[in-house]
Design a protein around this ligand. Structure first.
Ligand code: SAM
Length: 457
C-alpha cells in the first residue's frame, strides 16, 4: 500500500510562513490531488490530437491536458515522437522565448529532453540548439528523445558546465533548468518528499550558483539567460536571481501577462515580473519557477573570439560520391543536401548555423551529426535517425501498420503482412514514421534498433 501523504515538517513550516495560513491550507489540499498528465504535440509528425477528451493548455499552442494517463509505452505514436509527455508548468518556457533572428542556443541541463524538444519547436528557423547533459546515462536518454523528436538542428553533448566557458561568448540564449531540491514534484513523486531536507536546499542553491558561474562566460552580450527550477524554495529561485544581478552584468528581462494563466509574479530587484512561480493551488500544473535575464556590458571572464570551428562558406564543399548522391535523391529533402557529406561508408548530416559549422571544439559530443545511412556502390541502407527526422522526403515508400503490427514492429518481432514489392519501406502508424523495414522475396525484415525495442508486456 502507498504511504499516506505527508509533507516534511520543516518544509510545511517554511511554506506556512511563505504563504500564510489560509493559502497554505489550499496549497496542502492541492498537493493531495492527483497530478494531471499532459502532452505536447509534434506538429512535424501529427496534425490531429490523438487523445479523446484532451483539453488545450492555454500557455502552449500544442500542449494538451489528458483526462487520464494512458500506458504511453503501448502507443506507437509515442515511439514515433509524435508527442512528448511533459508536465504542463514546464511548457511555460514557451512564453519566455524571445522572438529573434536565428540563434545559437544552449540547453545546459537538458535530460530527459522536455525543454530541448520544446525549444526546437519554437526556435527561429536556421537556429542551432546544443542540448547538454552532464550525466552519461541521462545524456543517452536525452539523445534518444532528441532523435525521436526528429529536429536535425539539435546536437547532444555530455559536458560539464565549465567546458562551455572556454568557447567564449557564443550563445544567444542559455537555458539553465537547474538540478534542484524538487519540492515541485512532491505531489507526483513520493521519493522527492523522502529525500528532501533543509540542508539539501542549501546544497542545491550552492550547486546552482556554481553551474551558473561556470556557464555564463559563454553567453553573448545582449544574450538571454532563462533560469528555471521545479522547487518553491526562495533560496533556489528569487535569491539566485538577485545573486545573478549583483554578481554579473545581467538585468531582468521581464515577461508580463502570465497572471492570465494564474502564475504568480515574483518581484526581484524592484522589477515586478522578474520571475514567475507556478503554485499548484492556483496554477494547473506542478511547482515551477522561471525567470529571464539579459546580459549587458562585458565581464573580464569573457573571451571575445569564439572558438567554434568556422568554415568559409565559399570553399566548403562536402564530399559527395555518386552513390551518396543517389541516396540523397531518394531519401533526403533537397534543402538539406548542402550540409550532408560522406564519412567512410556513411552519409551524415551536420547541423549548421549561418556560416559556422555546428561542431564546437572542446565538448564531449554524444550526437554531433545525424547518421543518415550506409552508402556503398552495391546498395544503400537508410538508418533509424533518418526515418524519424524531418530530413526525410515525404514520398518515401511506406507500409502502414495497424496497432498490433506496429507494436510487433516496436518489439522487434516479425511482421506477417503480405507485400509484393521488394526494397526499403518506412513502417508507419497513423501516418507517423516508426522505422525501416526491408522486403525481399515477400518477407519483411524488421530494422527497428534492438536497444530501442519495447520490452514491457
Ligand atoms: N531540462 C530537463 C527537461 O526539461 O527534461 C530537466 C532537467 S533536470 C531539472 C536537471 C538536470 O541537471 C538533470 O538531468 C541532472 O542530471 C543535471 N545535473 C545534475 N547535476 C548537474 C551539474 N552539476 N551540472 C549540470 N547539470 C547537472
Amino acid at each position: 500500500m502507498e504511504d499516506a501523504f505527508q509533507l516534511p515538517i520543516a518544509f510545511a513550516r517554511r511554506m506556512q510562513d511563505q504563504l500564510g495560513q489560509a493559502a497554505f491550507s489550499k496549497f496542502e489540499d492541492a498537493l493531495i490531488q492527483k497530478p494531471i498528465t499532459s502532452v505536447r504535440l509534434n506538429p512535424q509528425k501529427l496534425s490531429r490530437v490523438p487523445f479523446r477528451g484532451a483539453t488545450p493548455i492555454p500557455w502552449h499552442p500544442k500542449g494538451y491536458f489528458l483526462e487520464k494517463r494512458p500506458e504511453f509505452v503501448f502507443d506507437p505514436l509515442f515511439h514515433a515522437g509524435a508527442y512528448y509527455v511533459q508536465e504542463a508548468s514546464s511548457m511555460l518556457v514557451n512564453q519566455f522565448f524571445p522572438k529573434a533572428e536565428p540563434m545559437r542556443i544552449l540547453d545546459l541541463c537538458a535530460a530527459p529532453g522536455g525543454k530541448s524538444t520544446l525549444i526546437s519547436q519554437v526556435m527561429p528557423p536556421g537556429s542551432l540548439l546544443i542540448s547538454n547533459e552532464v550525466i552519461r546515462s541521462r545524456a543517452m536518454v536525452l539523445a534518444e528523445n532528441v532523435t525521436r523528436w526528429g529536429d536535425p538542428q539539435v546536437l547532444v553533448t555530455q559536458s560539464d558546465p565549465k567546458a562551455f566557458a572556454s568557447l567564449g561568448p557564443v550563445f544567444d540564449l542559455i537555458l539553465v533548468d537547474a538540478p534542484c531540491s524538487g519540492e515541485g514534484l512532491f505531489r507526483k513523486d513520493p521519493a522527492s518528499r523522502n529525500q528532501w531536507s533543509t540542508e539539501e536546499v542549501q546544497t542545491c542553491a550552492a550547486r546552482q550558483k556554481r553551474i551558473l558561474s561556470d556557464v555564463l562566460p559563454s553567453l553573448k552580450h545582449g544574450g538571454w539567460l532563462i533560469y528555471s527550477t521545479c522547487t518553491y524554495a526562495e533560496a533556489e529561485n528569487e535569491a539566485i536571481i538577485r545573486w545573478l544581478i549583483e554578481s554579473f552584468p545581467l538585468r531582468p528581462d521581464p515577461v508580463a501577462g502570465l497572471e492570465e494563466f494564474s502564475a504568480t509574479a515574483s518581484e526581484i530587484a524592484g522589477e515586478k515580473h522578474a520571475g514567475w512561480r507556478c503554485m499548484p493551488h492556483l496554477f494547473k500544473g506542478e511547482g515551477f519557477f522561471i525567470s529571464r535575464l539579459r546580459k549587458v556590458g562585458s565581464t573580464n571572464l569573457d573571451k571575445e573570439e569564439p572558438t567554434f570551428k568556422k568554415h568559409k562558406k565559399k570553399s566548403y564543399k562536402p564530399k559527395i560520391t555518386p552513390a551518396a548522391q543517389a541516396f540523397l535523391s531518394s531519401y533526403v529533402k533537397e534543402s538539406y543536401w548542402e550540409h550532408c557529406s560522406i564519412r567512410g561508408d556513411y552519409l551524415v548530416y551536420r547541423p549548421h548555423y549561418k556560416e559556422w559549422e555546428g561542431l564546437p571544439e572542446g565538448l564531449k559530443m554524444v550526437k554531433g551529426e545525424m547518421l543518415l545511412g550506409k552508402v556503398r556502390p552495391k546498395g544503400l541502407t537508410p538508418f533509424h535517425d533518418l526515418a524519424l527526422s524531418s530530413l526525410l522526403v515525404e514520398n518515401t515508400s511506406k507500409l502502414e501498420l495497424d496497432l498490433n503490427e506496429a507494436l510487433s514492429f516496436l518489439r522487434k518481432q516479425t511482421i506477417k503482412a503480405h507485400v509484393a514489392e521488394s526494397g526499403w519501406k518506412l513502417a508507419t502508424y497513423e501516418g507517423a514514421a516508426l522505422g525501416w523495414i526491408k522486403i525481399a522475396g515477400g518477407k519483411i525484415k524488421n530494422h527497428y534498433p534492438m536497444n530501442w525495442r519495447i520490452r514491457k508486456h
